[in-house]
Design a protein around this ligand. Structure first.
Ligand code: MTE
Length: 316
């Protein structure tokens, strides 16, 4: 670990002891080599990533100081590969992301399966430097690469019945042995959702890379969502299915604890998590929660109108 662990609150605190004990038993029963992963591929970065050329700089980027690649790739939440921050870097190292397809279905004019090649070519790739704020109170600044999710949605044409967009992560116990409720406390596959107008907002990013290269496995390779005005758990990783639907879809953390994790989960200093305040945040690698949290994570000018007239305390 290159960054200090902040004096922070973690989802794992919500995990019942039985889950922890089961996981320990499970980890003890698996040969270390199987979990440690083989040597990583790219000698230059120590990551199995490749350069993405011809990136357009986005006017939507922040000029705040970026976190380092090491920080962004060694402090992750990706429960399919372990619940501790340093585990996804180790256990996702050999995650197979080629071939990969994303099925776009449901209430659309043209249902379609996109290969990764098609996704990479659908729209010009932009570098977007966004603040990324986890509900656990830590935040980072990441130079993501991708384009607005709206480009993909427009390519399939939502029907007039489409009101929400449901997302689903790849799930394979062979590659993700920790992805069971007993071992990591969540139900799988990991699912998320947005209202259609949120999904069509230009800031909602279909993300295929970071730091000039394709996404490392622990950050959601080969394609993830980044919704910078919402808590990080809405930014679902390694997407295989996108379904346009007529009503609010189930979401993983809401299934796990509806009282603590709502569907909207907009970053909001005035709506505390039931067990901790959201007024301040920790900008990694600092261990101190001393930065005021910004409403909508600082993207209020762009997104507040999506929630006009809504009670943000009720629709947390
Ligand atoms: N997506 C999947 N499939 N599984 C996960 O466990 N964790 C979420 C989100 N997407 C998660 C996921 C959470 S809680 C956060 S904060 C962000 O990913 C973390 O993204 P990062 O590790 O790239 O910073």
């Amino acid at each position: 670990m290159l960054i200090k662990k902040p004096a922070d609150l973690r989802y794992s605190e919500t995990t019942p002891k039985s889950v922890y004990m089961n996981r320990r038993k499970f980890l003890a029963s698996v040969p270390a080599a199987a979990l440690a992963g083989r040597e990583l591929l790219s000698p230059s970065r120590g990551l199995a990533t490749t350069k993405l050329p011809d990136l357009v700089k986005s006017p939507l980027s922040t000029d705040e100081k970026q976190n380092t690649l090491d920080q962004v790739t060694h402090y992750n939440n990706y429960y399919e590969f372990g619940t501790q921050k340093d585990q996804p870097a180790k256990y996702a190292a050999n995650f197979k992301t080629d071939p990969w397809t994303v099925s776009v279905e449901g209430e659309v004019e043209k249902k379609r399966k996109f290969s990764m090649d098609e996704i990479l070519k659908l729209a010009p790739l932009e570098e977007r430097i966004y603040r990324h704020r986890c509900v656990e109170r830590w935040s980072i600044v990441v130079p993501w690469i991708g384009y607005s999710l709206s480009a993909l949605l427009k390519a399939v044409g939502p029907t007039s019945k489409a009101k929400y967009v449901a997302f689903e992560t790849y799930w394979d116990l062979k590659q993700m042995p920790m992805a069971t409720p007993e071992r990591s406390g969540l139900q799988y596959p990991y699912v998320e959702g947005l209202r259609l107008d949120e999904a069509m907002h230009p800031l909602a990013l279909l993300c295929v890379g970071m730091f000039g290269e394709t996404l490392p496995p622990q950050d959601g390779a080969p394609v993830r969502l980044v919704v910078p005005w919402k808590y990080g758990f809405k930014s679902i990783k390694s997407i295989v299915k996108i379904k346009l639907v007529t009503s609010e879809p189930p979401t993983t953390w809401n299934i796990s604890n509806a009282h603590e994790y709502g569907f909207y989960s907009n970053v909001n200093p005035n709506v505390d998590h039931p067990r901790w305040s959201q007024a301040k945040e920790t900008r990694l690698p600092s261990p101190f929660a001393n930065r005021p949290t910004q409403i909508f994570n600082g993207y209020g000018d762009q997104v507040a109108s999506l929630y006009a007239g809504m009670d943000l305390k009720k629709n947390y």
